[in-house]
Write a protein that binds this ligand. Sequence first.
Ligand SMILES: C[S@@+](CC[C@H](N)C(=O)[O-])C[C@H]1O[C@@H](n2cnc3c(N)ncnc32)[C@H](O)[C@@H]1O
Length: 476
Amino acid sequence: MKDKVIKIPVSDIVLDESIYPRENIDHKRVHVFEENLRDGFSFDPIQVQACSDPDPAIQKIWYRVLDGAHRWTAFKNTGRVVIPAIVKTLDGADPLLYAAKQAIGPKQLTEVETKNTARRAFQSNPRLTSAEIGRAIGRSRQAVDLYIADLRATTLLELDLKIFRLNQLGIPQDRIAKRLDIPQQTISRYLPKMPALAKWVNSDLSKGFTVPQVAQKHDWTEPMVWSQALQGKDDQTRFKALNWGIRTWDLWNFNDCDKRFGDVWPGRIPAQLVAHILYFFSKQDDLVFDPMAGGGVCADTCLAMGRRCWSLDMEDRPETRPEIEPYHWNLDSKWKDLPIMGSKGKPDLIICDPPYFDKKASEYSEQSISGLSRKEYLKFLEKFFLFLKIISKKNTRLAFINSDWRDFQNCPANKEEPGQGILVVDYYEIFKKTGWTLTHIIQAPLSSERFNAGVVAAMQKKKILGVVSRYVMILR
Ligand SMILES: C[S@@+](CC[C@H](N)C(=O)[O-])C[C@H]1O[C@@H](n2cnc3c(N)ncnc32)[C@H](O)[C@@H]1O
């Protein structure tokens, strides 16, 4: 079908340098076009792409030039109000490459322009192949390979690292491919290269460089370097190397989160807490499942402790946390689309750290279960615990991290309404109903320093009883 030509106000069109393949406008050429316009010549329509503001409230549409920058400049310079144009829909094609292809029709790009266009196109979309770029700019695949060799090396290194990390955590190849949006054959091609990657890191470690130094040098995360540094070591040695003491009693109190593991995240738990759960209730190479992984502390700790780990969360951060697969536990769905469904292997240990009911509702996104009413929250947990049984083995352990939730703020202890809060005994009732047997309750209190002196004084005056208790309930 022939493209429709419409007249667009010259002032609604912009020259967007990010998709303009030439270094400069050729003013001589514009001048010739201006003369032609005055002499009454007509021109082929220019090609533009329609743009709109990302904010839907701003409804203005404007256009950016895909082909015809010189003609448009001539129209503008001669005071024309409108210009004939075709509005192109690119259907996913790269706009810079499209513009380059149009540009080389009337006049070749210079060597510098060709090389820059190839590099800019690859930088904005590393999935473009050299052949695709070459076709647009009129060069061979080999020529493009040379233009972008250095860029490709760094991009691929990042991809290497992602594959390495996901593979180290025991995520199956089909899910790695889906997560990184690359063909599964690419993963199979990369995996044999992984020992070579690890070799450089191990060689620096054996020369006496520290884990943070090696992490910085190779652009690895610290937990990834720990996974290499501690390979073959037993759990006790790992704790020692990580500078954590092992508590052999049921009170696990830690002053702070260990900043080396996990991201800053609302409700982040200390890596030491995860490590203790791993130490007592799993063994090396076991598969751990974290269905609400948040800042990734569990996956990071599993790397250091030599466990595999599958993580899910509704917050998707593909660049920094590719190992956390996006998933929203929606109360109304049957969860048949769970990413881990159909994967071989079932978890040996589930570490479940859901947001507390109502507590941090404002810190999580709207669809978080923390926004549910008390009744719905409990209903969600019942369905959730039942479902965890379905995806478990006979001996799978569940470590459930939670605490009493009482609406103590501004309310004297003896005036708190029973039935408003959720106490650990309420969770216990649901566990009994859903076939889980409680084997341990470990106290892992929050720091009492979260109540500052002023707050404590006010609480004392009003006889308010706050909550710093937190428990790890272990079930089978
Ligand atoms: C307490 S945080 C987990 C913190 C994590 N253990 C850490 O230390 O970083 C709870 C997580 O549950 C996630 N979440 C809440 N409701 C969810 C839902 N319906 N589906 C999936 N994830 C959900 C939130 O995005 C949040 O990251």
